[in-house]
Ligand binder design. Structure first.
Ligand code: PLO
Length: 504
């Protein structure tokens, strides 16, 4: 989240009234400057080296320059060391850039650092933390998370539910992609629609035809949240700014109320037709598991909304990154297709049980998530007790940012980290290996609750697509830009493909 806080700082999208306030703050600051010397972020002996800071603004003036946060932090780590500190406005924040320290924060002392800071935009999104991803660590959260996890297993591995849903959606996705003929087109809308459809079926049993009005509404409000939650930046650092008119914040509120109307309708429909039998979808499973006092309707709704949002944004983005890399590396695409031809053939659909036989495809998915992690800086953690990182003491309330980007591009652990090379996930004997510095879903108590569902979905989508079609560049077109754009997730810039059916 705070990736976006920072990225928005370079452009300072402020309404005039806030601008006035910032100017005032700047005046106060000049006064302080004249009376005080710059202090580094933390000047106690043994403490974490860090950026300088000013009153009110903290280290923000040193974070400009237009680089997105994951790259900026990677650069700062070269200067200050792999663990460094800074002040985001008034908030003392430690940035962790190596996998050893990330493991300390996420795993070894995972409980100490399992808290979440409260932020204006995410509090709005989640009705004050009644979700899983952004909510603080409490006994109720643990219970809630366990329930969600159990509900997910009803659809994931060991069942054919997800497979049936993905495969029926892939059919229409293939038809849609192939309908473009030899013309180059942007695959993003079709892929997003297909993934949205799968997630809607999973969460509320809704399946939509292309062009369905409700589906369009869902896509539109989700898009609005993605764009605004990525821009409310300063409000999340200085919560008092929410009292000033803010275009992004009001758009976010509008989208949230559209979402809420839709969700409330789904909830009522589900409650009216709920039975004790097998849950039809995630919403049923949550309602059935709802203990009277603890899990309120708000919790159920926020969980469903979040499962939906996370499911759509992360999966579609990962698929689009992988396709972008396949356009750069046609030899990788051919090798995946060769594996598919040998292990599955073209007469039947790929199934979950083929996964063990398709190691190279798995490596391609892993390499996609390594080289372009959808969450290059994980959602901020906070220290719930006094603790330590790398032998430095860290006091309660400290915010901790884990820079997954620098961990996934660390040249000490990855040979040529900028090269897309799925073979790095195979050992000499062709067996799959998972290096310790590969953590695309985070780790520990806050690890992504949808990890196995996500892996399964990526596998089913990608295998079915590559079994039936090939992706190539339009004639004369340059291969896709791989820099990406950081919003709520790291997305590829739009690019064009030509899709050709495979024989068989
Ligand atoms: C995406 C837009 C939705 O409308 C709301 C939503 C819920 C959960 C968020 C997701 C958004 C973006 C990706 C996030 C996910 C929770 C975990 C995931 C942040 C904002 C990542 C990548 O950490």
């Amino acid at each position: 989240m705070s990736s976006r806080l920072l990225s928005s700082l370079s452009s300072l999208p402020l309404p005039p009234s806030s601008l006035l306030l910032v100017l005032l703050a700047a005046a106060v600051l000049v006064f302080f400057l004249m009376t005080q010397r710059l202090r580094p972020a933390s000047s106690r002996p043994g403490s974490i080296p860090g950026l300088p800071r000013l009153p009110v603004l903290g280290s923000l003036p040193w974070l400009g320059g237009g680089l997105p946060p994951h790259l900026l932090f990677t650069q700062l780590a070269r200067r200050y060391g792999s663990v460094f500190s800074l002040f985001l406005g008034p908030h003392y924040t430690v940035v962790v850039n190596s996998h050893q320290h990330a493991r300390e924060v996420l795993l070894q002392r995972g409980r100490d650092f399992a808290g979440r800071p409260s932020m204006v935009t995410t509090d709005l999104l989640t009705r004050g933390g009644k979700d899983i991803a952004f909510s603080d660590y409490t006994p109720l959260w643990k219970l809630h998370r366990r329930l969600v996890h159990n509900s997910f297993t009803l659809f994931g591995e060991g069942t054919s539910r997800l497979q049936d849903i993905v495969l029926s959606s892939v059919d229409s996705l293939c038809a849609e992609l192939l309908s473009n003929g030899r013309r180059g087109f942007d695959p993003c809308p079709a892929v997003t629609r297909a993934v949205t459809n799968v997630v809607c079926t999973l969460v509320f049993s809704a399946t939509y035809q292309p062009g369905d009005a409700e589906l369009q509404e869902v896509i539109r409000y989700n898009d609005g949240i993605v764009q605004t939650i990525a821009r409310g930046g300063l409000v999340d650092i200085y919560p008092w700014m929410k009292v000033f008119p803010n275009r992004c914040l009001s758009r976010l509120k509008d989208c949230i109320s559209i979402r809420d109307r839709l969700l409330a309708r789904k909830l009522e429909e589900h409650k009216a037709s709920l039975s004790d039998g097998d849950p039809r979808d995630l919403l049923d499973a949550l309602l059935q598991g709802q203990g009277e006092e603890t899990m309120t309707d708000d919790h159920v709704l926020m969980t469903a909304a979040e499962a939906f949002g996370a499911g759509v944004e992360t999966t579609s983005t990962t698929l689009l990154w992988i396709v972008a890399y396949l356009l750069h590396h046609p030899e990788v695409q051919q090798r995946v297709q060769k594996e598919l031809d040998e292990q599955v053939g073209s007469d039947r659909a790929v199934s979950v049980s083929d996964r063990g036989r398709l190691p190279y495809l798995d490596c391609v998915i892993n390499e996609g998530m390594r080289i372009r992690p959808v969450s290059p800086v994980l959602i901020p953690h906070t220290a719930m007790t006094d603790s330590s990182i790398g032998g430095h003491s860290v006091s309660r309330g400290t915010r901790v940012l884990v820079n997954m980007w620098s961990i996934h591009h660390d040249p000490e652990h990855w040979d040529k980290p900028d090269l897309f090379n799925p073979d790095r996930f195979l050992d000499g004997g062709g067996r799959r290996v998972t290096p310790p510095c590969f953590l695309p879903f985070g780790a520990g108590p806050r690890v992504c609750v949808g990890e196995s569902l996500a892996r399964l979905e990526l596998f089913l989508f990608l295998s079915s697509l590559l079994q039936r079609m090939s992706f190539t560049l339009p004639r004369g077109a340059a291969p896709p830009d791989l820099q990406g754009r950081l919003g709520v997730v790291l997305q590829p810039l739009p690019y064009k493909v030509v899709v050709t059916p495979r024989a068989g």
